[in-house]
Design a protein around this ligand. Sequence first.
Ligand code: CO
Length: 136
Amino acid sequence: MITALDHIAIAVPDLDAAIKRFMEDFGLPFEGTEDVVSAKTKTAFFPLPPTQIELVTPLNGEGPIAGYLEKKGGGIHHLCFRSDDIEADVERLAAKGYQFIGDTPTPGAHGAKVIFIHPKSCGGVLIEINQPAEEH
Ligand code: CO
């Protein structure tokens, strides 16, 4: 079941400049950056409960965000719904005809399990579904 809007992600060509903008101009609390090697991205999170802003930039100039920036120069990239049972949500949505990028959820930022719905099957919107790692 989808339980929250986990984050809205913005693709940026210059992460440091974008962090400065969201910290200093908009005054958002900055949580820190994380390299997500599996996704070839570097992220920065700004918690704004009950959701957060995620800045995302290519790690080492590679990966899907690199292609996006080349085409569009930056902008709103995806939104992410939080799930309490990602496998069940993938199965339910796949049965309705949604196509996923990859077959199964993979590790993403914060150790969450994540999967993306292909925008071609979702009205042009890239939607991520994540299930946060269990709290210890
Ligand atoms: Co995301």
